[in-house]
Design a protein around this ligand. Sequence first.
Ligand SMILES: Cc1cc2nc3c(=O)[nH]c(=O)nc-3n(C[C@H](O)[C@H](O)[C@H](O)COP(=O)(O)O)c2cc1C
Length: 434
Amino acid sequence: MPTATEPRLVQQMEGAPWEIEGYLKVGGYEAWKRCVKELKATQVIDELKKSGLRGRGGAGFPTGIKWDKVLNHRVPERYFVCNAGEHEPGTFKDRHLLKTLPHQLIEGCLIASRTVNAKASFIYINHEYHEEQQNLKKAIAQARERGFIGKNVLGSGIDIELEIFDGHGSYVAGEETAMLESMQGRPAMPRQKPPFYPTDFGLYGKPTLVNNVETLCNIPRILYKGSSWFTQVGTEKCPGTMMFSLSGAVNRPGVYEMPMGVTIREVIQQCGGGVPNGRKIKAVFPGGPAFPMVTADQLDLMMDFDSLKKAGTGLGSAGMIVVDEATCMVAKTLHFSNFFKNESCGQCPPCRMGTMNLAALMTKIEEGNGTQKDLDSMLQLCGFVKGTGYCTLVTGASVLVQSSLKLFRHEYEEHIRLQRCPSQEAQAGMVAHS
Ligand SMILES: Cc1cc2nc3c(=O)[nH]c(=O)nc-3n(C[C@H](O)[C@H](O)[C@H](O)COP(=O)(O)O)c2cc1C
């Protein structure tokens, strides 16, 4: 069971986030100094493996194993990219980290880049995150002044640079291979995987380490405090904490760091302060709209990669969206279906046509023109396109509709019977969007 002790990732610091003094006072750049002076790459990776850290970008892949693959690749030219593309509805935890802990991220990036011996290193950042980019730039300048970045780092003979890459600004561009494509000046469209993953064939076709912002922010802390400190919280298979982006029907939406394995109820009650106006919970998207939703009787589910997978949904990047009883589920599902339609890059025909047709059928039902046959068509279409894309966008679009129809079919049937949306809010165009 998770134990709630001190946070693993977020630290209280003095001064503005980009000011290096505050970060140095809490042990900042100590891990980087050790990496430069004494730790071998294999020792860093061993510590990461012991920590059990899993990627926080959505897939939960073990970080130490990924770093090992790149380090031991036979091709000597490698790259490192921090993925700060963040574009999913209801997910804003990386933005918070970029804004508040730029030095911790920079330190994590330096350690990652040095460990895999990258030729060049980048932070690929959502192009709408202006303030965060500015904070990062100021922080990089201060780290450079202190000799942590640049030529001959801390007199070690190591040269290291970290560049900010202004991102493409679409959801699919956060998918790592689409991101790498767009960094090479091509359309942000995912590559087919398998057989090749970025660890083999990444930027410029060379082995590339890609990690999420939150994953990287954990690295300096693990090396500074030790893997056994890190594993004191969370679950056995998912140690540490997770940054939850909490939105929708809660009193206090925001970003919260909680131990892995915390229950959905605890996040909603303790962090979010419950649901406004005494309303009941109708559904929760524990891992954002690309994973099946759960209902009010499942609030004691634990929030970690394995528990949610076992329950038939997923943690993703922990963008938890709470839906209350006053919300029309058809309108809510339509909102996200439109998102997937708009964000499909159009490369894979099942995704291009699947997301378009699902959104069209959802619109038809929400506007009061649906038939029973449309419900069957939607389910058939979901089954047909699920799992067929180069990335998981179309799978997300299908499981959204499947889970909505499975759990709230009566609402769809009510729309068809009345030939309108029964929800007053939806009729007035006031459906709460997350
Ligand atoms: C459609 C789509 C969008 C994604 N967007 C992001 C993103 O914005 N940030 C991110 O870190 N990972 C995103 N991912 C996951 C990345 O492809 C990749 O798994 C992740 O960056 C790896 O980092 P990690 O191992 O530290 O989790 C996305 C995946 C998909 C399929």
